[in-house]
Design a binder for this molecule. Structure first.
Ligand SMILES: [Zn+2]
Length: 337
């Protein structure tokens, strides 16, 4: 049933592509069988330039920013740029890092409807899933983690205000995807789909430590990397998102535990809640809420408590309140924004 749905979705998108005259930029012989590969583009990563940026560049005393400088040096000439890293922490370590940090005048990023660079996806923001890095060391099956990713996309898609947005499933990839992952030497590849959200894998803690710096392997639950085209073709004051990649840290006790408060008891974390949070970033939602510690217990709280808080506190699969308001302020008018 899953495959049938993939093919149906894909053929619909293919029709859209042909109408828009999208050209195939690059294919790769190792790409998955059974579906069209014309959405896939190959990014040439210049590792030497990245290394030079690391050696020659000044440290910003922020390993995430240093990493972004490296990866962007390696992507020069490829038409995309890593702009934003959103880190979901187990505590106050959760945060957002912008490549071009302008302080309070921060420029944010959003998808452009009918962006000609986005494979003819029109008013849709589709997604694909890395089929090679599913399942968790804590015992969740590949199918359970796959289902949580699909559920998360459908959950955001079902919010009533966003009738103009479609979030279709492209396919699950039988080759290892992930541009950031590729850059860090943890697998992945230079194969991307612009205009789409990539569930790029459940990766070992060492990947997070490498990409995000000391302590990130134990402090980061998940991360979303947002790449832009470096333009604002729709003149909305936001940079144009090219693609986003979501990674989940395998180094935690992931469980299928909706609305669970077990985190304080056995450190169990609801996998789908974290994926839902990361997809929120994929759909241009920023972190929200102020962190504070309970004076008595020392427990971490947020005001207001929301799915899009920068740290995990409880299983939360419903999109309501400030999460819904933030989402609807952006997607309620789509594709007319
Ligand atoms: Zn986040």
């Amino acid at each position: 049933m899953k495959k049938l749905f993939n093919l149906l979705t894909l053929s619909l998108l293919l029709v859209a592509c042909q109408e828009d005259g999208v050209t195939v930029q690059s294919n790769d012989s190792q790409a998955s069988k059974g579906f069209d590969q014309s959405f896939i583009k190959k990014i040439e990563v210049n590792f030497d330039a990245g290394i030079q940026a690391k050696r020659g560049g000044k440290s910003n005393n922020d390993p995430v920013l240093d990493f972004m400088i490296q990866i962007n040096a390696a992507l020069v000439g490829q038409g995309i740029k890593l702009e934003k890293v959103e880190i979901l922490g187990v505590d106050e370590a959760g945060r957002t890092v912008f490549f071009d940090d302008k302080g309070s005048k921060q420029i944010d990023f959003d998808w452009v409807p009918n962006d000609p660079r986005n494979n003819g996806f029109g008013a849709a923001v589709p997604y694909w899933i890395d089929n090679t890095q599913l399942g968790t060391s804590s015992g969740m099956s590949e199918q359970a983690t796959f289902d949580a990713m699909v559920n998360s996309m459908n959950n955001w898609d079902a919010v009533a205000c966003s009738g103009g947005l479609d979030i279709p499933f492209l396919f699950s990839s039988d080759f290892d995807i992930g541009l950031v992952q590729f850059f860090t030497g943890f697998g992945g590849s230079g194969l991307v789909i612009t205009g789409a959200i990539a569930h790029a894998g459940i990766l070992p803690a060492a990947f997070f430590e490498t990409a995000l710096g000391p302590g990130a392997g134990t402090g980061t639950l998940g991360v979303t990397f947002t790449f832009s085209y470096g333009t604002d073709i729709d003149g909305n004051g936001k940079g144009d998102t090219a693609l986003s990649e979501i990674y989940i840290n395998d180094g935690f006790n992931w469980q299928d535990a909706p609305n669970d408060v077990l985190f304080d008891v056995d450190n169990a974390i609801d996998f789908e809640t974290v994926v839902l949070h990361e997809v929120g970033h994929g759909l241009s939602q920023d972190h929200f809420g102020t962190a504070f510690r309970d004076g008595g217990s020392g427990a971490l709280h947020f005001s207001p408590a929301a799915l899009m808080n920068a740290a995990y506190s409880v299983g939360r699969r419903d999109i309501s309140g400030t999460d819904e308001a933030g989402y609807c302020s952006n997607w309620g008018v789509w594709p007319n924004n």
